[in-house]
Ligand binder design. Structure first.
Ligand code: SF4
Length: 325
């Protein structure tokens, strides 16, 4: 059995209006039928543009959000064994609380040990993530962004979790600090045998840390594959376009930049059938009436007309109009 199984999970957020906001006038389809599994010891990267639903999926995986439908199964005690590292090392730490007490939160909530043993554990965790244990009584404002993210990582590790869901853990940090935090996460994975779900919009960071990568678009997974396979042979036109725009393009074999038409459509009324069809350079009539399923073995993609190996994908031209569903 996989460590974590996500089966046809949907998470919709109601949009309310009227007197006292009682009337539901629509729904944001943040996550819309996602299935995937996470194997023990691996890092599954999840990439996509902002608003694609990857952070909502992360919160569903950790139990922070109740799912609207579908099922999440974890091989263990989800409350203890699944922890989260948040994006914003500034906003996720209470500025009026001391670092030691912040890191100890999960131990206090789960009634672990005595005050003295918790203090020892916190100092051990601080050393583990490269913080000076003598700074136990300092406040968040006395730390740099990178150090604050180390505090967030120490807090996530307090209960010896098996799965850590990292939601854009380095995107708020200076580029010079990002590598340090990413390398710390990799070292901790080796040392502690952790499993990661690593959410990010930066494809090069995801490539560096992930064994497998899932690409999300408008609430759905459109492609999932082992990291190198996905970066070398993307089959979904959206993945190919993302890669063409990213710095991960191999300098020896530069990809022409594929320019997508328009913005990401609203998740309130996503295009019907293939959600990518209004922007897709390969869209045909079938894409507007029949939803492509995520198919394949090992390398899966959801597309009727996938990119063929060696195919030169062109930028989208005006053509098929988006059809809201
Ligand atoms: Fe493009 Fe059609 Fe594939 Fe969707 S199904 S990604 S519109 S080619």
């Amino acid at each position: 059995m996989s460590l974590l199984e996500v089966s046809d999970v949907r998470k919709y957020f109601p949009i309310k209006s009227g007197v006292f906001f009682r009337r539901e006038v629509g729904r944001v389809h943040a996550v819309d039928g996602v299935s995937l599994s996470v194997e023990a010891g691996e890092t599954l990267g999840v990439v996509g543009e902002s608003g694609c639903g990857k952070s909502t999926l992360a919160r569903c995986m950790t139990g922070l959000y109740e799912v609207t439908s579908g099922k999440i199964t974890f091989d263990g005690d989800m409350r203890r064994d699944v922890q989260m590292v948040f994006q914003d090392p500034y906003g996720s730490l209470n500025p009026r609380r001391r670092i030691g007490s912040i890191i100890a939160d999960p131990l206090v909530i789960h009634r672990e040990g005595t005050a003295a043993s918790r203090r020892e554990r916190v100092k051990e965790l601080m050393a583990l993530v490269g913080l000076n244990p003598e700074h136990y009584n300092r406040f968040p404002a006395e730390f740099s962004g990178g150090q604050r993210q180390r505090v967030g990582i120490a807090r996530a590790l307090a209960l010896n979790p098996r799965l850590v869901v990292c939601d854009e853990p380095v995107s708020a940090l200076d580029v010079s600090i990002q590598a340090q935090v990413v390398n710390l996460l990799k070292d901790l994975q080796t040392e502690l045998g952790l499993t990661y779900v690593f959410i990010a919009h930066d494809l090069s960071v995801v490539r560096y840390v992930s064994d497998r990568v899932a690409v999300m678009y408008l609430g759905k997974i459109v492609e999932i594959a082992p990291g190198e396979e996905l970066y070398e042979r993307p089959r979904h036109p959206y993945t190919a376009a993302l890669l063409s725009a990213a710095s991960v393009a191999d300098p020896d074999r530069p990809r022409d930049r594929v320019v997508l038409r328009g913005d990401v459509p609203s998740p309130i009324s996503p295009p019907r059938a293939c959600r990518f069809h209004p922007r897709c350079p390969k869209a045909q009539e079938r894409c507007t009436v029949e939803e492509p399923l995520l198919l394949g073995d090992g390398h899966q993609w959801a597309c009727h007309f996938p990119v063929e190996p060696g195919e030169h994908l062109r930028s989208a031209e005006p053509g098929l109009e988006g059809r809201a569903g």
